[in-house]
Design a protein around this ligand. Structure first.
Ligand code: SF4
Length: 83
């Protein structure tokens, strides 16, 4: 899969947030900050497609914690600000 979109990822400019942490292991406020970053990320659609294609099940990607297959279908829904 083409990963050129990653060079424009908004999270690259804010590396100190817990992007690789599993759900429940980082403070809620940091989850809310990551949701805000993803909401305005110019490559969110490509990120969500990558998560689905690669079946990623960990960390925070495209506006959601990735903990199970169930989170992949959330990519078809608009962001509501919930982490
Ligand atoms: S949508 Fe979020 S996790 Fe995906 S590239 Fe953008 S900022 Fe990073």
């Amino acid at each position: 899969m083409n990963t050129n979109w990653m060079k424009d990822a908004a999270c690259r400019r804010i590396p100190d947030l817990p992007w690789t942490a599993d759900k429940g292991t980082a403070p809620v406020i940091l989850g809310e900050l990551m949701a805000d970053v993803c909401r305005f990320c110019p490559v969110r659609d490509a990120c969500a497609a990558f998560v689905a294609d690669e079946k990623i099940a960990g960390g925070y990607w495209a506006g959601a914690h990735r903990t199970s297959k169930d989170t992949w279908v959330q990519d078809a829904l608009p962001l509501d600000g919930a982490a």
